[in-house]
Design a protein around this ligand. Structure first.
Ligand code: AMP
Ligand code: MG
Length: 543
């Protein structure tokens, strides 16, 4: 593999703090193994046979100073397929562990993610560039280090969509087809098939997860744990790093509170837009409070608090939509356990518990604000509004309301129209957003009518104008989200050589709150064919 100059990409300025400051695995053996006494392993991406660019993110490219010509150059494909390592890059895979589905799983690590290096963008922002699907690392366990097009496209597309939706997330720069096949057993039923391989370049200020701290704590590697905590605070939470450089119990607790706060904001935003992560294991929790690891995620079509897209989780539904706020809290408790050995608390764990409580406080505060905005209320009324929202959730669930379209339709109804609805004459625009409009029972009609009237009455106390109410609602209730079936259509098209569907979809998802006349097809409810189709309503971890 070359390590050399590469045209327009030479302007990238690398400053690889993680590999400079943290302890490296002394072994260069790539074979899967336990890596003890180190935080990462140096490992180069695997070259691929015939890489070609499928798509790149204009916004991400602009942020790091790459123009169109550069992104469409052969050099770009070479570098972001893993075929060429630039001078200044220092590729590595991180060691982390995690709790998977509630049980400690030991070492996991970057099994197919290879960090290329950390750049300082022209904006002054720092970004780590990471290839996902670029080959084996010491952390690949029994797998191959590769990724298929369907899951790579889903990650690439959704992370950029989340960014435009205003949800904290890791980003994606590029999606490259490798020109090589990957063998996958999509539903773990013994029917393996060859699928086209792909590599996504993910981008984030840092890819450190809760699990990076957990693995050192679990192994009793307290010096490495301390080093990682100090590194993380200094690099990614500089406002909390003390002038004297002494990271004591107080500093660690302030930092933990900040992690809890950011995690709460992230999950509240997921709940706002109807995103279900699908695999909220602690190794998939970013220390920066960013949505990370887009695998068997999904978007609510019909509102259903019990829904999970992940077939691996179909039994316990641990990571269902409605459970996400609680799971994040549980995950933070695991992080707290990992940090415990660094804290001098004299046997009194209450400061740690108080730090953990920040999560619930922040989540509640955010969620109240979001609920009010989703309904276009100027303030959240503590007495009335939790009930109003809960009753709405029940109605949406039993009538199978489309999570996205229902709120947009609601924004168009005036307080008078709401109050005047009757059981026999429910607003047609709302009925259109129900998957069960044709089979509503008398009780469904009664409940929906009762709610609409309640909401209409509540609006009488609203201090903002009807126009402002609609604006507020439409600024938090997106019109366009990367619905599961839309992603599948883009995948089908790309796999048959047509990139336009993906480009169109990405374009629409750039402005998810705008009406975008002519693009309404992308706001259509899930078609019947997608209700039970693999990739649309059910996804496995096989990717
Ligand atoms: P995930 O469920 O995607 O978060 O992955 C859990 C762990 O499995 C992580 O350590 C991943 O790096 C690893 N992993 C998942 N898929 C692969 C693969 N195809 N090759 C190697 N490691 C993988
Ligand atoms: Mg993961």
């Amino acid at each position: 593999m070359d390590q050399n100059n590469c045209g327009c990409l030479d302007q990238l300025i690398f400053d690889n703090r993680f590999t400079q400051k943290m302890v490296a695995d002394p072994s260069a053996i790539v074979q899967p193994r336990q890596v003890v006494g180190a935080s990462f392993s140096k490992v180069a991406p695997n070259p691929v046979r015939a890489p070609s660019l499928v798509s790149y993110s204009q916004e991400m490219a602009a942020e790091i100073g790459l123009d169109v010509a550069c992104c469409e150059s052969a050099d770009f494909v070479d570098v972001f397929s893993g075929n060429r390592v630039l001078a200044g890059m220092d590729p590595f895979a991180m060691c982390y562990g995690g709790h998977q589905f509630g049980s400690w799983a030991g070492q996991l690590g970057d099994g197919r993610a290879i960090n290329l290096g950390e750049i300082i963008a022209p904006t002054g922002n720092r970004w780590t560039l990471q290839l996902k699907g670029a080959g084996l690392t010491p952390y690949s366990r029994t797998a191959d280090g590769l990724a298929v097009m369907r899951s790579s496209l889903r990650e690439y597309m959704c992370s950029e969509a989340m960014y435009h939706l205003g949800v904290p997330t890791t980003r994606a720069l590029s999606l490259v087809a490798t020109g090589e096949d990957v063998l996958r057993d999509m539903f773990y039923d013994g029917r393996s098939e060859h699928e086209p391989g792909a590599v996504v370049c993910r981008v984030a200020p840092s890819f450190i997860r809760f699990g990076n701290f957990q693995i050192h704590a679990a192994r009793g590697e307290i010096d490495l744990l301390r080093q990682l905590v100090e590194f993380t605070i200094e690099s990614d939470f500089p406002q909390l790093f003390p002038d004297d450089g002494i990271v004591d119990t107080g500093v660690i607790l302030s930092w933990f509170r900040e992690v809890a706060r950011r995690t709460a904001i992230m999950v509240a935003q997921w709940m706002r837009v109807g995103f279900v992560h699908g695999v909220m294991n602690t190794d998939n929790m970013s220390i920066l409070g960013l949505t990370i690891d887009y695998g068997p995620y999904g978007w609510l079509d019909n509102y259903d608090r019990g829904w999970t897209p992940n077939t691996t989780d179909a039994q316990g539904r641990r990571y269902r939509y409605g459970a996400q706020p609680g799971v994040a809290s549980w995950n933070l408790a695991q992080l707290a356990n990992a940090l415990y050995p660094l804290l001098e608390l004299g046997g009194d764990v209450s400061p740690l518990q108080e730090a953990l409580d920040v999560y619930a406080q922040e989540f509640t505060e955010c969620w109240h604000h979001i609920m009010a905005q989703k309904l276009g209320l100027d303030v959240f009324a503590e007495g009335e509004d939790p009930g109003l929202f809960e009753q709405l959730a029940d109605v949406m669930e039993s009538t199978e309301a489309d999570m996205t379209n229902f709120y947009r339709a609601l924004a168009d109804l005036s307080a008078d129209e709401l109050r005047e609805s009757t059981e026999q004459n429910l607003p047609a625009s709302l009925l259109e957003t129900l998957y069960r409009a044709d089979t509503l029972s008398v009780i469904d009609r009664r409940d929906m009518c009762a709610w609409l009237k309640r909401y209409g009455r509540r609006l009488a106390d609203n201090k903002i104008t009807p126009l402002q109410r609609r604006e507020v609602m439409n600024s938090v209730n997106p019109k366009y989200v990367p619905r599961n079936y839309l992603a599948q259509l883009a995948i089908d098209a790309v796999q048959s050589g047509d990139h336009r569907v993906l480009e169109d979809l990405m374009e629409v998802l750039r402005s998810p709150y705008d009406e975008q006349p002519g693009k309404e097809d992308y706001a259509k409810m899930r078609p019947e064919w997608a209700r039970h189709r693999a990739g649309c309503s059910m996804l496995s971890c096989s990717s």
